[in-house]
Design a protein around this ligand. Structure first.
Ligand code: LMR
Length: 394
């Protein structure tokens, strides 16, 4: 039987990680996978996470199962972190999942059960795993225009025009903040206009929010999702704690499903628990519990927020340094977009050939669409990247 299996196409981001590992040059620079690194190239365990782990180790008395949809305390702190008071808690169903990807998978399965004919609309471009999971689940998908390759900003006119063609009951996947892979984001007015169109068309927003706190701040990064939650009768959210709590390998994510009323919420909650049971039974608990401890304790929460803010400001500084250096070297403003983008990523607008040349000649690893991980840079490597970009003709 197993001989019937076909090779799967490699995941481009994970493939790049492998190539980087195998490169013997000690001058190589990894701007690939979206993992935060400090100036020393280390992905640190956040102070509050370490402290929460100590507390948990001292106080935890059992490893028996949690609830099927995960711990209710985790649901509450995450609902508050993402949605604040934008929507009545009685309308929000929740389930802990293995990471943000687990949440995306689960939301898509829920859509498949509730609206088997729905088309899921994706931004062009989007995180490659979005279409990959949709294809795996055999669902319908379509693209809306999002990124203007020339200005490296959002093609908002194109986006709105495409969203005006979605059908009632279709689902529109939007990045809540820090768009991956482009780094280009909507402003608040544009988000309002998107909400108008979705309401008019009877479409359901599906928000993937994996970088809350990495863009303009914890609350600012959730402003769009909260605005939508206040206006839309239904909304689906996949949130990740991998990045903003730095708990990548603990696989900590959550589905928040906003239902029109309390009855529908109860049915949705039952379906989320059912999906967990079918897929993996009880969700992982360790990371979720750390997040719950941190968000429920004033001191740990304040320390976590301070460290996250340092991470965010550090990435903004690197953005500005890179934009300045490229302006100096190129004598033009064509790289100013780097300082305007937000989050961990920016799409540089290099051709696939230039991306290969950057890797082979300069040992600089970026995703094939020329997405760079800003956190992979530091003061020493910013000028190296800038010179290399100019050298290959970007
Ligand atoms: C990324 O886009 O690099 C991250 O979300 C990590 C991943 O799993 O692809």
């Amino acid at each position: 039987m197993l001989e019937n299996l076909q090779q799967q196409p490699p995941d481009k981001i994970l493939q790049l990680m492998q190539m980087y590992r195998e490169d013997p040059r000690d001058t190589k620079i990894d701007l690939g996978v979206g993992v935060y690194k400090n100036a020393q190239g280390v992905t640190p365990i956040m102070r509050a996470v370490k402290a929460a782990e100590k507390r948990l180790w001292e106080s935890e008395t059992t490893k028996a199962y949690t609830a099927l949809a995960g711990d209710a305390g985790f649901h509450k702190v995450m609902r508050e972190l993402v949605l604040a008071d934008s929507v009545a808690p009685e309308r929000v169903a929740a389930a802990a999942t293995p990471g943000g990807t687990g949440a995306i998978h689960m939301v898509l399965e829920l859509i498949k059960m509730a609206g088997p004919d729905a088309t899921v609309w994706l931004s062009a471009p989007t995180w490659p795993n979005h279409p990959s999971i949709i294809r795996h689940l055999g669902m319908k998908m379509a693209e809306y225009r999002y990124f203007d390759n020339t200005s490296r900003a959002v093609d908002f006119e194109g986006m709105l025009a495409d969203l005006k063609t979605v059908k009632a009951g279709d689902v529109v996947l939007l990045h809540g903040c820090c768009h991956n892979p482009t780094g280009a984001n909507l402003n608040q007015t544009q988000w309002e206009q998107v909400a108008d169109v979705l309401l008019e068309r009877g479409a359901i927003p599906f928000i993937d929010i994996a970088y809350q706190g990495f863009g303009d701040g914890l609350d600012q990064d959730a402003a769009a999702v909260r605005m939508l939650a206040g206006r839309m009768p239904e909304m689906l959210i996949a949130a990740s704690c991998s990045k903003n709590f730095g708990v990548y390998r603990e696989r900590t994510g959550i589905v928040l499903a906003i239902a029109p009323d309390a009855d529908t919420r109860a049915t949705t909650q039952g379906n989320l628990a059912h999906l967990n049971r079918q897929n993996f039974s009880f969700p992982p608990d360790h990371g979720a519990r750390l997040v719950t401890i941190i968000l429920s304790d004033d001191e740990l929460r304040a320390d976590w927020m301070a460290e996250l803010e340092d991470v965010r400001l550090g990435m903004l500084t690197i953005r500005q340094q890179l934009a300045d250096e490229l302006q100096r070297l190129s004598g033009s403003d064509r790289f100013a977009f780097i300082a305007q983008h937000r989050g961990m990523f920016s799409r540089m607008g290099a051709t696939p050939e230039q991306v290969v040349e950057l890797r082979e000649k300069h040992g600089i690893y970026m995703v094939g669409d020329s997405r760079i991980n800003i956190a992979g840079l530091n003061e020493t490597t910013v000028p190296i990247l800038a010179r290399a970009l100019i050298d290959v003709g970007v």
